[in-house]
Design a binder for this molecule. Structure first.
Ligand SMILES: Cc1cc2nc3c(=O)[nH]c(=O)nc-3n(C[C@H](O)[C@H](O)[C@H](O)COP(=O)(O)OP(=O)(O)OC[C@H]3O[C@@H](n4cnc5c(N)ncnc54)[C@H](O)[C@@H]3O)c2cc1C
Length: 431
């Protein structure tokens, strides 16, 4: 069962967020609001901000700290699109709706930039994203994606980088070719989510930390949300934004999602010239392996490198060393550097990596299934959820056609099955 913490995990992000980390009060007495939101990550806070700006009285209940979950400890890569890929989305909702969602994801990236500018959220934004192929046979996947974007999604900004030109963008012999996406970017996610929380508060949202929701009951007049310590919130509408930690609050959602551990390490400060010798244009980079790795440099000139997955809980032994082993496959020139931070977090995997977004009777709303690609999709989900909460459920209902089956055997057996399945894909990443 999910145990909340009083402090952020020991990450590079928490160490560099400064006085933005000031604590907020817990819920001390019961409250009546229009909307109650469970979880202060990107999705919950976007919903809170949109609804408060629309005139709703909103309370956010966070079991730990704002941004304690995936939103405050991820790779910081802002990437358009959806984790399941556009063809799967087209398969369930048809071309026109999938195209609308692709466009919405491009708008989402712009909305994030607008929020940073208007709310003066200093979160180390760096423009540009690079996707690379490790295997020669997957270079074709890059060119196919460029063609698909041009022909189906009306997006012609992607640029192919062949093996000869790649060193201008990435100084590593591990990679064969790449795609530059100028609309992608990278950020310090904890600074961003804390800035988002401040923006929501400025719009009138009340945020309570150390306020873990234990259950909720739907009554005829109101939904009653029970919070640890015996206090409660009454509301007309509820948003479940607890992501990989939703467990007992909503077992039906938890059954359709598997919390999977994934990990990040950062090196010591390398200095600007070393960082630019690794990633000359300072892009965020990820590869197109099944078990993917992603990396970028930080504002204070470290390499931040993510990868690895655990499906059965737990953390790899000697995590800093394990992350360094992965780094050295990409950048053997870093063999003498020290690892300063290493941490893990949970992502919310659905069986076929499809979004699980919806509502029950226009009263209880949710979005999960971001599957490790949530910076931009959480903004899209919040747009659809908040417009549905205000009466227009059309676009959110497009996702009702997606069937996300429960993981057979629950978290334990489901984790084991995924581990076996991913073992197969891991082999295909090598042969
Ligand atoms: C290591 C890592 C790297 C990643 N890298 C990237 C990346 O580079 N790019 C990308 O697009 N995506 C990435 N992701 C995924 C992305 O971070 C997530 O999809 C996104 O942050 C999900 O946001 P969220 O608001 O749904 O959930 P979260 O940020 O997890 O927020 C859920 C919140 O709910 C709270 N909560 C849970 N239960 C309760 C309860 N009972 N009562 C009250 N509060 C509760 C939790 O404490 C938590 O703060 C990464 C994820 C991880 C873990």
């Amino acid at each position: 069962m999910f145990r909340s913490d009083t402090q952020h995990t020991d990450t590079y992000y928490a160490a560099t967020a400064g006085d933005r980390l000031l604590p907020r009060p817990s819920l001390a007495e019961s409250l009546r609001v229009d909307v109650c939101i469970v979880g202060a990550g990107f999705f919950g806070l976007y919903c809170a901000l949109d609804l408060a700006r629309a005139g709703k009285k909103v309370a956010v209940l966070e079991a730990s700290r704002v941004g304690w979950g995936a939103s405050g400890r991820n790779g910081g890569q802002m990437i358009i699109g959806f984790p399941c890929g556009m063809q799967r989305l087209k398969g369930v909702m048809g071309y026109a709706r999938a195209k609308e969602m692709f466009d919405e994801s491009r708008r989402a990236v712009q909305r994030m930039r607008t929020l940073m500018r208007e709310e003066q959220i200093d979160c180390d934004l760096v423009e540009g994203h690079l996707e690379v192929a490790v295997l020669q046979r997957r270079v074709a996947d890059l060119t196919d994606w460029i063609s698909e974007c041009q022909q189906e999604w009306g997006y012609d900004k992607l640029r192919f980088v062949d093996n000869t030109s790649l060193p201008q963008y990435l100084n590593s012999e591990r990679y064969q070719a790449g795609i530059i996406d100028p609309e992608g970017a990278h950020i310090h996610p904890l600074k961003y989510v804390l800035g988002l929380a401040r923006a929501a508060e400025r719009a009138g949202v009340q945020i309570f930390e150390q306020s873990k929701v234990e259950s909720y009951v739907e009554g005829p007049q109101a939904i009653t949300v029970r919070v640890a310590g015996g206090v409660q919130v009454q509301c007309d509408q509820l948003v479940l934004a607890a992501n990989a930690y939703v467990d007992r609050v909503e077992p039906r959602l938890a059954a359709r999602m598997l919390p999977v551990g994934t990990f990040i390490g950062t090196t010591e400060v390398l200095g600007e010239s070393v960082c630019r010798s690794l990633i000359p244009q300072n892009h965020a980079v990820y590869d197109n392996q099944f078990i993917l790795e992603y990396f970028r440099t930080t504002a204070d000139h470290r390499l931040l490198f993510g990868g690895k997955c655990t499906y059965l809980g737990g953390t790899p032994t000697n995590l800093p060393q394990a992350m360094k082993t992965n780094i050295l496959r990409a950048f053997p020139q870093l063999k003498n550097v020290r690892m300063d931070y290493a941490w893990g977090g949970h992502i919310d995997i659905t069986m076929r990596r499809m979004p699980d977004w919806g509502h029950r009777n226009k009263r209880v709303f949710w979005a999960q299934g971001f599957c490790g690609h949530g910076l931009v999709p959480t903004r899209v989900a919040a747009t659809l959820v908040t417009e549905a909460m205000q009466g227009n459920t059309e676009r959110l209902d497009w996702f009702a056609g997606i069937v996300n089956p429960p993981f057979p055997g629950g978290e334990r057996l489901g984790g084991l099955m995924q581990a076996v399945g991913m073992g197969y894909y891991r082999v295909r990443d090598f042969v």
